[in-house]
Design a protein around this ligand. Structure first.
Ligand code: PLP
Length: 446
């Protein structure tokens, strides 16, 4: 059992190690093996692959995909699930989800190439994003993507030009901005007026009618995505979907065909004490607002499926004390997991060794070696004394983790590993120092 978190750490205490484990069934502490994912000790992965390393649980990816699938099916929505590749573009992760029947929501040519390489049919791909280039549209249309979500009148014109040039008809949905507040971090709010995304809902009827008369296009429906890490109940979703339903009826009253509604992603996960929104609640919000329109429904979750399935495994370089503060310095840094620096995000941190799991804890700041004070993963976190080489795991790092990492401070990209039962495999090699430098050139005059 974990030692109780010391009083006075924070006003509302962090979850204990035991509480963190209880909500994450793919992780367990064993008296001999320490922290395991499914049946694989994380210490073994660290030994064989090194650190820092991202580790994903295939079983959790499947379990969460199926839970969402079941909730949508029980609500009799027949909705298609397009995994938001931006959350985790690892090929083995995508292949695991593709094998479950997932399609893909993509925002770049690179993500489309990954989705196709993972075995997702082009018809099962939706191309989202506020700034697709003509080159990316050309690639997507030549591969036959199932839907392009247009975000502006200017982009509609661009899609039309590219489709006409290729002699194809693009199935286009119009992404609208419903001006609702999803009550999440400002940097990941996407459906408020003033955000760059979509067209104002009041402009949508006119633009949709113009799309119907635009060469190379077939307007197939409407789309919305109001933000990410939404844990504050379903009211913002319901408001957005009600607005979409009214829009669909208004478009149909104009004699325009609306076959599809793309409900976006954004379902949040509990990193610390946040409520855990149930997929059934989302399915209910969709059913109550859009369920009777006779449209093909789609959702685009990323974080909810892959977030809890991953950890970032890191090793302690050294502990240092300056003044009254205790710093645990890891070999992972903000270039690996940027969410704490970027969004003030909280991630659970569990010691891997069985002895560290039960040792008394005291407050420390958990930091990386990057030369910025922002390279701080946690402040005043209760952790045991950690010797150099001790391992820790950052929880819920399977979404917007490796996907957002960089090589800042000339630090190679970390390895990625997939665990499936008692097996594990490296699914992305650690970037080598040579690969990090490859591509740099000195100009001829130097
Ligand atoms: C258009 C679109 N769809 C889906 C997602 C996935 O969001 P999440 O990972 O929060 O489910 C995003 C991410 O912001 C997005 O921009």
């Amino acid at each position: 059992m974990a030692s109780p978190a010391p009083a006075l750490l924070t006003d509302d205490a962090d979850p204990s190690f035991a509480e963190l484990l209880a909500g994450r069934p793919h992780l367990a502490q064993h008296a001999h093996d320490g922290l395991t994912m499914e049946e694989v000790p994380l210490a073994r992965i660290a030994r064989e692959v090194g650190t820092p390393t991202w580790v994903y649980s295939a079983g959790t990816l499947r379990r969460r995909y199926r839970a969402l699938r079941d909730a949508l099916d029980e609500a009799q929505l027949g909705a298609e699930i397009h995994f938001a590749v931006k959350a985790n573009p690892n090929l083995a992760v995508l292949r695991t989800l593709a094998a479950e029947g997932a399609g893909a929501d993509i925002v770049s040519e690179g993500e489309l190439r990954l989705a196709l390489a993972a075995g997702i049919a082009p018809a099962h791909v939706v191309f989202s994003g506020v700034g697709k280039t003509p080159g990316e549209l050309r690639f997507a249309l030549s591969r036959g993507v199932g839907q392009i979500n247009a975000e502006s009148a200017e982009e509609v014109a661009m899609i039309s030009a590219v489709a006409t040039e290729l002699g194809v008809t693009a199935d286009v949905a119009l992404r609208v901005n419903p001006d609702v507040d999803p009550k999440t971090h400002a940097k990941i709010t996407t459906g408020k007026s003033g955000n760059k995304f979509g067209v104002a809902i009041e402009d949508a009827p006119d633009l949709y009618a113009r799309m119907a008369a635009t060469p190379g296009l077939r307007p197939v429906g409407v789309a919305v995505h109001i933000g990410s890490q939404i844990t504050a109940g379903m009211s913002a979703y319901a408001a957005a979907y009600r607005a979409l339903a009214e829009l669909v009826l208004a478009l149909r009253a104009q004699g325009l065909a609306v076959e599809r509604v793309d409900c976006g992603g954004g379902l949040g996960i509990p990193y610390r004490h946040e409520p855990a929104p149930a997929p059934a609640a989302l399915a209910g919000a969709i059913r109550n607002t859009l369920g009777n329109l006779g449209v093909k429904l789609m959702v685009e979750p990323g974080r909810w499926i892959s977030g809890p399935a991953g950890v970032l495994l890191a090793a302690v370089i050294i502990e240092k004390h300056t003044g009254s503060r205790r710093f645990v310095i890891l070999d992972a840094a903000m270039n690996d997991l940027v969410r704490p620096a970027m969004y003030e995000a909280w991630h659970g941190i569990l010691p891997v060794s069985p002895a560290d799991h039960v040792a008394p804890v005291s407050p420390c700041d958990v930091v990386g070696p990057v030369c910025e004070t922002g390279d701080t993963f946690a402040r005043n976190r209760g952790l045991p004394r950690l010797e150099p080489g001790s391992l820790v795991a950052f929880l819920d790092a399977g979404a917007y983790g490796a996907a957002m990492s960089s090589t800042y401070n000339a630090r190679p990209l970390a390895a990625e590993v997939l665990v499936d039962g008692a097996r594990f495999a490296v699914v992305r090699e650690r970037q080598t120092q040579e690969a990090l430098l490859a591509g740099q050139r000195l100009p001829a005059w130097m």
